[in-house]
Design a protein around this ligand. Structure first.
Ligand code: B12
Ligand code: SF4
Length: 593
């Protein structure tokens, strides 16, 4: 952690800590460098800096802020207690952006702090999701409040100042609930992380949320119940400020965490401003964005995104079976649009990362295997990432199961989309977990890696860059059994940072195993690298023209031939529906005089 500077004024120490969670052996998931920065940390740091500048605790109190992302920095509660005591005993530890899987770890960090009398507040999606959707306070939240931890549901914009005052006066409430009062974002304080914090992520990338909220209704999604279905957006001036402030500190890569940039009501004015900054002012920067599968239908969206510097998109494809999409209330995902949409992103030079969920009611190991094959052959996706369908607290799925009394795993640490947390209709827990783990191997075969590299070469994207991305993406689940989003460079483990209830290992056993584990993983990584490198050399050396089904331009006739549309009854039905719709449209057009 970066210690706050010491001064003569009275001090109030504010620690903003984004907790990680535990791996299956009970060790904190932590890296020398994590992969993606925490936007919540950037947002809260921005709000805290604003309060510090405005001296909201009075002119003689200095608010000293320490930010820390536990995925790349060790958290030592004893050190925090020492620092607060040495500074006069006034302070607040905010455990921030706490997802369900991070809640147990957050409470474990809080326990010694509370025992030492330090004020602790937990906010984020777990607290907000539970408060928004459940009729009662779940036992985990109650336990936290019983420990004297303050819980905060809702968003902090405009609310940090009274919270800090309450902490200063020692008058924090057990629970703040602002779920019915979502703040506007236009002109709100913008997210900001100092460069030394950003450098702890592998891509030297920072983040911002250009807006919150999504209009759709996916039943597994928590976002609509926590952040609402109305787009609350920042404005072009805010975005320009965020980019300029970061470029000034040498940070040129951004992750825009909006779950659906395509539905941000200010997308166009923001893109226009970013285009101006790139094309007229000559600024160099790139943006990773999350979009939906119908973004190509919004006039000008993809072209402007490309010009605005969007070079990677995360797309919630979720499934290629229309039945599964219907069950998840994801009617906006039309499989007949997937190919056109993916090709449109490639045309502007953006990499396509698609999310794919396993464990829908109709899924079986055989259907999952078949569908991955179809995706490989027919959809021009670069990187595919798999999730297990998980009833995340805050989602309609979770609420339904909770109210119906269906059994769900009581260990919140497992709600990370790579563990099975509730029973599937036909697959046993072991079967689902096993096909989930196998899915990565099924997609990232040497043959398909070669195909993706060849496709990249055809469209002028560096096969070498693509190889690195493919390698990193499939190495994390293979070697660490974690999702790539939770990955990083060089796994760090501390013997004493083990989940309470699991014994401390002896030094010999711990360091012996840790060393062997690191060696074994790096050897396997090196072997994967050499395999991928051989593939890369072959692709680079081959100058013959290349094409395949996935990158062939979309044609009408393909609707009768591609497996995507012909394999399942639901796909055939979706196709029929599409045909009926277009002939009705054609008839209507013919009637216009
Ligand atoms: C960016 C992102 C990530 C990033 C970084 C994490 C981060 N928080 O920045 C990465 C890629 C690492 C990531 C990974 C995962 N994520 Co994620 N992620 C997001 C995403 C898209 C944006 C987060 C964000 O910036 N939100 C905007 C901020 C400002 O909102 P906020 O966090 O709620 O914070 C506000 C309030 O909650 C409150 N607040 C927050 N903390 C505190 C603390 C205090 C003291 C106070 C007073 C107030 C307060 O004030 C904040 C400002 O208004 C969210 C979806 C979303 N729309 O939020 C999913 C989301 C948080 N992720 C989710 C999940 C499940 C995951 C993964 C497990 C994998 C997966 N299935 O996607 C992994 C977990 C790994 C990990 N170690 O984090 C879920 C969590 C749901 C839940 N109930 O747990 C979400 C909601 C998406 C979803 N699928 O539903 N994620
Ligand atoms: S499109 Fe994405 S953000 Fe919107 S409701 Fe569905 S899962 Fe949630």
């Amino acid at each position: 952690m970066i210690p706050a500077p010491v001064t003569a004024k009275q001090s109030f120490l504010l620690f903003l800590i984004k907790p990680s969670h535990y791996d299956d052996e009970g060790y904190v998931i932590q890296w020398a460098r994590s992969s993606i920065p925490s936007n919540t940390l950037a947002v809260l740091n921005g709000l805290a800096l604003d309060c510090a500048q405005r001296e909201v605790l009075g002119g003689n109190v200095e608010i000293r802020i320490t930010v820390c992302d536990e995925t790349n920095t060790r958290v030592r509660p004893r050190e925090i207690i020492r620092q607060i005591r040495e500074a006069g005993g006034r302070g607040l530890v905010g455990l921030i952006g706490v997802q369900t899987n991070q809640f147990p770890r957050a409470v474990d960090i809080a326990r010694p702090l509370r025992a030492a009398g330090i004020a602790v507040c937990i906010g984020g999606f777990h607290v907000s999701g539970c408060i928004a959707m459940l009729p009662d306070i779940p036992p985990g939240l109650q336990e936290a409040m019983d420990l004297g931890i303050t819980l905060f549901a809702g968003e902090l914009e405009g609310r940090l100042e009274p919270l800090l005052r309450a902490a200063w006066d020692n008058q924090l409430h057990p629970l703040y609930n602002f779920m019915n009062d979502l703040p506007g974002l236009e002109g709100a304080v913008v997210p900001y992380l100092p460069a030394e914090v950003v450098r702890r992520t592998s891509g030297i990338r920072t983040s911002f949320d250009a807006g919150r909220g999504c209009p759709f209704l996916c039943s597994f999604c928590t976002i609509i119940n926590v952040q609402g279905r109305k787009s609350r957006a920042r404005n072009a001036d805010d975005i320009e400020r965020i980019v300029r402030e970061n470029v000034a500190q040498g940070v040129r890569n951004f992750f825009s965490t909006d779950d659906n940039f395509a539905r941000n009501r200010n997308w166009e004015s923001m893109f226009d401003r970013l285009i101006k900054m790139r094309e007229e002012d000559g600024l160099r920067f790139h943006i990773v964005a999350q979009v939906d599968t119908m973004a190509h239908k919004i006039r000008g969206f993809i072209d402007k995104a490309g010009r605005a510097g969007v070079n990677r998109v995360f797309i919630g494809l979720e499934n290629i079976n229309p039945d599964a999409l219907k069950q998840a209330q994801k009617g906006q995902n039309q499989i007949t649009e997937y190919r056109a949409m993916l090709q449109a992103w490639h045309r502007v030079g953006a990499l396509t990362f698609a999310g794919y969920i396993l464990g829908f009611p109709g899924d079986t190991p055989a259907s999952i295997t078949r569908d991955i094959g179809i995706i490989q052959r027919e959809l021009p996706i670069d990187l595919l990432e798999f999730f297990i369908l998980t009833p995340l607290p805050g989602s309609a799925d979770h609420k339904k199961l909770h109210l119906a009394g269906v059994e769900m795993d009581g260990d919140m640490n497992k709600y990370d989309s790579v563990h099975v947390t509730t029973r599937h209709d036909t697959m046993s827990d072991e079967e689902l977990l096993s096909i989930y783990r196998k899915a990565w191997d099924l997609y990232y075969t040497p043959k398909h890696v070669e195909t993706v590299l060849r496709r990249a070469k055809v469209r002028g994207y560096s096969p070498r860059n693509m190889m690195t991305k493919l390698l990193i993406f499939c190495a994390v689940p293979r070697l660490e059994k974690l999702h790539p989003l939770e990955g990083g460079l060089f796994r760090r483990k501390y013997r004493r940072d083990r989940r309470p209830g699991m014994p401390f290992e002896s030094r010999l056993a711990f360091y012996g195993r840790y060393t062997l584990d690191i060696l074994a993983k790096h050897l396997r990584l090196a072997a994967m690298y050499w395999q991928y490198r051989r593939i890369l050399k072959r692709v680079e050396a081959d100058s013959s023209p290349y094409t395949d089904l996935a990158i062939e331009p979309v044609q009408k006739e393909e609707l009768d031939t591609l497996e995507l549309y012909t394999t399942t009854p639901a796909a055939r039905f979706a196709l029929e529906k599409l045909r009926r719709k277009s002939s009705a449209r054609a008839e209507a057009a013919a009637k216009i005089p």
